[in-house]
Design a protein around this ligand. Structure first.
Ligand SMILES: Nc1ncnc2c1ncn2[C@@H]1O[C@H](COP(=O)(O)OP(=O)(O)OP(=O)(O)O)[C@@H](O)[C@H]1O
Ligand SMILES: [Mg+2]
Length: 272
């Protein structure tokens, strides 16, 4: 854990740890031991505006003539400048939920409200439009264009979001510097380490200034030091670009940098 810049413990709320009370107890112990006052982060969490609300969301898939109930009534909220983590076993429904939040999929039941707009009622085209303009995605496997340099990969997302060409140069440079790749701008993915590739993917995801970043297991393919670098970059993005990040993880060691942790078990957030 030596690599993380830790956020104030008092800022973190751990939602619904079912079979593992350690995180809650640790958070309480640390807060008491350090006599931590509510930090600016926790004030922020209460007073900042909601970016996204998930209300009573269910998602079923038809499998072999039957309905497979994957999400079973999810309620959550993401607020401005929060780092929120979804934690849970493989198959618990994390990616399914992230796809719904990002408008890639539609719920069977319930509502998804992104900045006061009910995107679950919108057409595919309208959701694609909002996704390109206002949401950034980061995947476990980086999802970079292999023949394009770091610079060209980031430029591509500005092109996709219809950002005027006159702004590209300054913004690409700014994003690559923000993720610590000022000296790797013209490298192609195969000329970079896994951690560097993931940081290009982050620069690509934030370039068009989305308000929400969704990251599915962004540290899963990285060793712990590179994973920590990615988490530090996330914290910088939240501060400097005023974005909200929602990510899934299996890794218990990175939970402590979250403002809020949702624990998913079998398609539900479980009450502690
Ligand atoms: N399109 C689909 N059709 C049928 N079943 C699906 C579909 N998408 C997901 N599922 C099922 O939903 C369950 C949850 O899948 P999901 O990918 O959301 O899990 P996860 O929590 O992200 O797991 P992991 O940690 O392994 O990534 C799984 O049992 C999966 O097989
Ligand atoms: Mg998944």
């Amino acid at each position: 854990m030596a690599w993380f810049r830790r956020r104030g413990k008092a800022a973190q709320t751990v939602e619904h740890i079912a079979d593992d009370q350690t995180s809650v107890e640790e958070a309480e112990d640390t807060a008491v031991a350090d006599n931590i006052q509510p930090s600016t982060d926790s004030v922020k969490a209460v007073s900042s505006k909601p970016v996204l609300l998930v209300k009573g969301v269910e998602r079923s898939f038809p499998v072999g003539g039957q309905q497979l109930h994957v999400l079973k009534g999810i309620h959550m909220e993401l607020r401005e400048q929060q780092l929120v983590m979804l934690r849970g076993r493989s198959g618990s429904g994390k990616t399914t939920l992230l796809n719904l939040i990002g408008g890639l999929d539609l719920p069977t039941k319930g509502e998804i409200v992104f900045r006061d707009r009910p995107i679950h009622t919108w057409s595919d085209d309208r959701r694609t439009h909002i996704r390109r303009k206002e949401i950034g995605f980061i995947f476990q496997s980086f999802a970079l264009m292999p023949l394009l340099s770091a610079w060209e990969n980031v430029e591509l997302s500005l092109r996709m979001a219809d950002v005027p060409r006159s702004q590209w140069k300054e913004r690409v440079q700014q994003c690559l510097e923000l993720v610590g790749l000022g000296k790797r701008m013209h490298h192609r993915p195969y000329e970079m380490s896994g951690g560097e590739q993931q940081r290009v993917a982050i620069a690509k995801a934030i370039a068009h200034r989305p308000s929400l970043i969704l990251a599915d297991e962004p540290t899963a393919e990285l060793d712990s030091q590179m994973g920590a670098q990615v988490m530090n970059v996330f914290q910088d993005i939240i501060q400097k670009e005023q974005m909200t990040i929602c990510m899934t993880t299996h890794d218990p060691t990175i939970l402590e940098v979250a403002d809020h942790v949702y624990e998913m078990v079998d398609g539900k957030f479980i009450a502690g």
